[in-house]
Design a protein around this ligand. Structure first.
Ligand SMILES: Cc1cc2nc3c(=O)[nH]c(=O)nc-3n(C[C@H](O)[C@H](O)[C@H](O)COP(=O)(O)OP(=O)(O)OC[C@H]3O[C@@H](n4cnc5c(N)ncnc54)[C@H](O)[C@@H]3O)c2cc1C
Length: 468
């Protein structure tokens, strides 16, 4: 039995079904996918991604890449370039997929960019096998992992000193800031290294027709394997769960505690209470009458755009969020799918997906600050808006308890947050109740669409309960 049909619940269910078990999934929403879903959030005919938008991890995931998801309707779309970064004067820094081409774009930093990413790009599959799993484990590719650790474990601001040009430093910061922590936090370099490596190794693709195509493919594959999915069912207590030899919970550690009741030991309870979340977000989905009018037209080649200025600007914005102050010039993550996938909007129209990191209590009026940042990089943007939908941290948590306080990663992504996720044990999927497992992004390796928490939780259940 799996509670929750987010990417991790679905990955857990598929892993169990592939082992020949009968699996049933209960999901409280009318559809599957959780943070991996799409909906007409603004106007009819416009398909917006409710949560995740860009899926390098989904494409490269050690679990998903072995599954025949293309046979169940999944089709990937590659933007011309993985990402673009807006400098303070509106100039775009486009990170090309081709490593040599990308490096050449960084001028004096070409050699440093190549030296940093080259060996990781060569060994990307092994790297993913080693980092998308619970820590600590004996690495299978120790040299690649050591290289990754050398530059990924220190704060990203430290590794940024390898670069001389403001462009390379800003592009690096734009990657590191995905983790939603001050850039001076140890471990933030790992996000930049992983995302940069994937940009060059596989690109940053997304599913044609909306993120939900990936969730739908996972659900169809599960049904093909004999699994069942029941939607519109909220599991509030153990009594709502039909008898099963194993129960995997794709939800927050807090919800899990409620389900465990008095089967949760005081120590487990204490760890879960101590589990920490990062800041939230304010998300804006736009229906536009035309493409985003970037000051620098080169940015139209990128599927993802980071707005936030220089390394120093982004470091300041992220530190400000951590202090509890919403920055005047926020770091914004944006995606422009329809430039590369016209199926998501009526002819000639476009969608725009964007979010900024926010401290608790940020009012919805902060949307104006976020929009002003976009307008500075793309004058005339506001004139194209047909409709806009705002999602704040509270609404995100109501959508899925995994995003407590609006934290899209289901818990802090610093080193401690990865080691004690939510408990500091070698197999943190296990709970004090035999046969009950946590399988959401609040377990290793954490947030992002890769299904690996679900995969590893299912592997633990297969070993403990079914002797496989
Ligand atoms: C706005 C946003 C943008 C993001 N952008 C990206 C991105 O571009 N790329 C990327 O890789 N990742 C991105 N992420 C992160 C990614 O979406 C999450 O890490 C991932 O979806 C977590 O998967 P999950 O299965 O652990 O949780 P969820 O996706 O939240 O799924 C949990 C599911 O379980 C259900 N559920 C929970 N409790 C119960 C219960 N008691 N009974 C029944 N059902 C229950 C929920 O309804 C939900 O459907 C983003 C997330 C958000 C929110």
């Amino acid at each position: 039995m799996v509670v929750g049909a987010g990417p991790n619940g679905l990955a857990a269910a598929v892993t169990l079904a592939r082992a020949g078990l009968r699996v049933r999934v209960l999901e409280r929403h009318p559809g599957v996918g959780g943070g991996l879903s799409s909906a007409p959030l603004t106007l009819p005919g416009f398909v917006h991604d409710v949560g995740s938008a860009i899926h390098p991890l989904g494409y490269a995931s050690p679990a998903f890449r072995d599954w025949p998801l293309h046979a169940f309707g999944l089709e990937w779309v590659w933007p011309d370039a993985p990402s673009g970064h807006v400098m303070p004067d509106g100039t775009g820094v486009v990170v090309e997929r081709d490593l040599a081409g990308a490096a050449a774009g960084f001028g004096r930093d070409a050699g440093t960019w190549r030296a940093l990413f080259g060996p990781l790009v060569t060994g990307w599959e092994g790297l993913l096998d080693d980092v998308l799993r619970p820590l600590p484990r004996l690495p299978r590719h120790p040299f690649t992992l050591a290289r990754f650790g050398l530059r990924g474990v220190p704060p990203s601001t430290l590794t940024a000193r390898l670069f001389q040009t403001p462009e390379a430093r800003a592009a690096w910061a734009g990657l590191a800031a995905h983790v939603n922590l001050p850039l001076s936090t140890p471990g933030t370099g790992a996000a930049a290294l992983l995302l940069g490596t994937l940009a060059h190794a596989v690109g940053w693709p997304f599913p044609r027709g909306g993120a939900r195509s990936l969730a739908d493919a996972l659900a169809s594959y599960l049904r093909f394997l004999g699994g069942e999915i029941e939607t519109g069912v909220e599991v509030r207590s153990v009594r709502d769960i039909p008898p099963a030899r194993a129960v995997l919970v794709d939800s927050s550690p807090g919800v899990l505690l409620g389900l465990l009741g008095d089967r949760a030991t005081p120590t487990y309870r204490a760890w879960v209470r101590r589990y920490r979340y990062g800041p939230g977000i304010l998300k804006l989905d736009y229906a536009l009458s035309g493409p985003v009018p970037w000051r620098d037209p080169a940015l139209a080649r990128a599927g993802t755009v980071h707005l936030g200025g220089t390394l120093e600007d982004i470091a300041q914005a992220e530190a400000s969020v951590a202090r509890g102050e919403a920055p005047e010039r926020p770091y914004i993550l944006a995606a422009q799918h329809t430039l590369f996938d016209p199926t998501r909007a009526p002819a000639g129209c476009h969608t725009f997906w964007a979010y900024a990191h926010t401290p608790p209590g940020t009012p919805d009026s902060y949307a104006e600050t976020v929009e002003a940042q976009i307008e500075r990089a793309a004058p005339g943007f506001r004139d194209l808006i047909l409709a806009r939908t705002l999602t704040n941290a509270r609404q995100l948590e109501a959508f899925s308890p995994v995003y407590r306080g609006g934290d899209v990663n289901g818990g802090r992504g610093d080193l401690w947050g990865l080691l004690a996720r939510p408990v500091p044990t070698p197999t943190p999927y296990r709970t004090p109740a035999p046969g009950v497992y946590l399988c959401s992004s609040s377990t290793p390796p954490g947030g992002g669409i890769h299904g690996m928490p679900g995969y590893w939780a299912a592997r633990a259940a297969l070993s403990d309960v079914f002797g496989r």
